[in-house]
Design a protein around this ligand. Structure first.
Ligand SMILES: NC(=O)c1ccc[n+]([C@@H]2O[C@H](COP(=O)([O-])OP(=O)(O)OC[C@H]3O[C@@H](n4cnc5c(N)ncnc54)[C@H](OP(=O)(O)O)[C@@H]3O)[C@@H](O)[C@H]2O)c1
Length: 259
């Protein structure tokens, strides 16, 4: 049976890049996101250019029943998921109390709940086969509290912590878990969640191609934890060494919406 990768959030940004990297290596794909037409266009591109098999599932991962449907649909296909990339995610810049609750809950549901559910669904098969890779997209945001994007930062702290712990549990099984920590990256992310006009994004972004390539390599090697780019690695180090009060203040200043 050929190898298959399940990539969530494949309709844009990093997810699209991950799909292209898998296809270039001859890996078949299951692509998940809400925007079906984008997924269909990417599927056509990859089938034509790389001759891989691509299955599209349009689903809203903020809805628990939809996540269950994704699991059922994938399990009914004649394929085995060897690579799981939990990449779908979103942020929401603004003061917590003034931001609509629905939006905060959607972040928890997509960034955390769906990621845990899909990992729990596909890990047992990998363990039985003694082979597999989980790549979860966390963030440098998860390394510190994030005033004015508080829930997003907290969801990414969860992803970072969960995945690193999982990587330890999986030692010696032939299956690995990797958490990728991008910093500001030029995708649709700031236009979806706000933040394009924050200092964080104005102070420079990495390209999604570069970030995805680095994360993909780390996943293939089974590296537990990877921060992309020297600027982000310097930030990660300063967050570890700096006093919490300073770390909070800097994150707040970087995220505060302009105006
Ligand atoms: N860009 C950055 O600066 C940055 C930095 C650190 C970490 N990250 C993380 O990188 C990951 C990828 O984001 P990106 O930068 O590539 O942003 P993006 O271009 O906005 O892509 C986000 C993807 O997630 C999908 N998604 C969002 N809500 C969804 C839902 N309810 N159900 C299903 N899919 C959903 C979107 O698809 P649909 O809209 O079609 O559903 C889209 O494919 C995220 O986890 C993000 O937190 C990004």
């Amino acid at each position: 049976m050929s190898k298959t990768a399940l990539v969530t959030g494949a309709s844009s940004g990093l997810g699209q890049e991950f799909a292209r990297l898998f296809a270039a290596d001859g890996t078949d794909l299951v692509l998940v996101a809400r925007r079906r037409e984008r997924l269909d266009a990417l599927a056509r591109e990859l089938r034509d250019a790389r001759k891989v098999s691509v299955h599209v599932i349009a689903a809203d991962l903020a809805v628990a029943d939809e996540v269950e449907r994704v699991v059922r649909e994938v399990q009914a296909l004649p394929l085995e998921i060897e690579f799981l990339v939990n990449n779908a995610g979103l942020g929401n810049v603004g003061p917590f109390a003034a931001s609509p609750l629905g939006r905060q809950m959607v972040m928890v549901d997509v960034n955390v709940r769906a990621l845990v559910r899909l990992t729990h669904a596909f890990l047992p098969g990998m363990l039985t086969r003694g082979r597999g890779r989980v790549l979860n997209i966390g963030s440098t945001a998860g390394l510190q509290p994030g005033p004015f994007d508080a829930v997003y930062y907290a969801t990414k702290a969860f992803v970072n912590s969960f995945t690193e712990a999982l990587s330890y549990e999986l030692k010696g099984t032939g299956v690995t878990a990797t958490v990728s920590l991008p910093g500001a990256t030029a995708t649709e992310f700031p236009s979806v969640g706000g933040g394009g006009d924050t200092r964080l994004f104005r102070s420079g972004v990495m390209s999604p191609t570069e970030v995805a390539r680095d994360a993909y390599r780390a996943m293939q090697r089974g590296t537990p934890f990877v921060v992309h780019g020297w600027k982000n690695r310097a930030l990660a180090l300063s967050v570890r060494l700096g006093p919490r009060s300073v770390v909070r203040a800097i994150a707040g200043a970087m995220n505060k919406p302009a105006g």
